[in-house]
Design a binder for this molecule. Sequence first.
Ligand code: IPE
Ligand code: IPE
Ligand code: MG
Length: 239
Amino acid sequence: MIQSTLNERKALHVALIMDGNGRWATRKGLPRTAGHRAGLKSARRIIEVAPALGVRTLTLFAFSSDNWRRPAEEVKLLMSLARTYLHQERQSLIERGVRLSVIGRRDRLPAGLVDEIETTERSTAKGCSLHLRIALDYSSRDAIIRAAAALAGDALPSQDQFGHLVSATAGIAEATDVDLMIRSGGEKRLSDFLLWESAYAELWFTDKMWPDFGPDDFRTALAEFHRRERRYGGLASVA
Ligand code: IPE
Ligand code: IPE
Ligand code: MG
């Protein structure tokens, strides 16, 4: 294999299922909410190192549409952490050239959070060092159903055309195939995250709980990703 520097490599889309906050806290005798606060710190660290590691798009699973099933207090804390994060981090995202988008439904989110999302999306729109996508009230099946409904009655689209509809962010169509899908917390499942976009994603799982996941784990996952051969149904390439 020809060794290339990170910069020469393709700009990557990495998706992260940040799982294990609750168990991390419970094991320490802390309330689950303490796990979510610690998890936010982990997320900040990963966002910081991502651009230097060749990651151009980073999609973080922060709250799934199924997470509404959790106790109201936990849901409230998660919504409030998201709001505070956007508010506090906005200026720093702009300075670092990070473009922020939120994917998922907005009609069930608290109005104050939706305001922060819209302001942050607008003010970071020109950022081009990293596209940070945060999934909130996100269900991949829901996104696929909406794309199908938008097409109802039309001729069958190409996979690219349909993919643009599935991964449309706030009305802006984007092709966002995932290169590497990482899940912390020991479970080996996708939990309705980016199903369409991960058709050929490389999967990487770790038993570490999300608050313990650091830049070194991220580097390890990326290093393994670069050692894998992606064949897309074809044959192994000849060196
Ligand atoms: C992931 O951690 C964060 C969210 C789902 C919001 P969990 O809260 O699922 O943590 P565990 O899986 O219960 O440990
Ligand atoms: C997936 O984790 C969602 C997020 C990390 C936000 P869950 O903890 O909700 O997933 P399951 O219930 O273990 O599948
Ligand atoms: Mg979990």
